[in-house]
Write a protein that binds this ligand. Structure first.
Ligand code: NAG
Length: 132
């Protein structure tokens, strides 16, 4: 790896480790992880939400993909996405949904695809009996 690439990765790491939002949700509730695109997405683009371990959700227009662990619980509504709203809705939150969520925008090109990192959000999940 050359030093320019290394520098890029280092800067990306620095940005993502500093600029992170934390959202708390109660187990069993519906949580909304906010996301906004700086410009309206083109039809050739698709949005991806993922964790360090798996893809959570992807959408390109009508076509969408729900990760195995998130089946039937997750969405970025199509109408919202094409207004530039990439907010993820996650229903029936489980304890093991806690973690860091990353959002990427992919731009399909004829031969290669470009990836743009949008943001990262940390999700914390607390129990039903939340007493001090
Ligand atoms: C963005 O989408 C979410 C989830 O669909 C929705 O709750 C929220 O109101 C939307 N925000 C705006 C500004 O439309």
């Amino acid at each position: 790896m050359d030093s320019v690439n290394f520098l890029y990765i280092y800067i990306a790491w620095l940005i993502t480790s500093v600029d992170s939002q934390v959202i708390s949700a109660r187990v069993g509730s519906t949580v909304v992880l906010p996301c906004e695109l700086s410009s309206l997405p083109k039809p050739s683009m698709y949005i991806q939400w993922r964790t360090d371990f798996a893809v959570v959700f992807e959408r390109s227009r009508r076509e969408s993909y729900q990760g195995e662990r998130y089946k039937g619980r997750v969405d970025v509504p199509e109408k919202q996405l094409f207004k530039g709203n990439c907010t993820l809705v996650l229903r029936n939150v489980w304890f093991n949904d806690a973690g860091v969520y990353y959002t990427y925008l992919f731009m399909k090109r004829s031969k290669r695809s470009l990836t743009r990192f949008i943001q990262r959000i940390k999700l914390e999940v607390y129990g039903k009996c939340f007493k001090f």
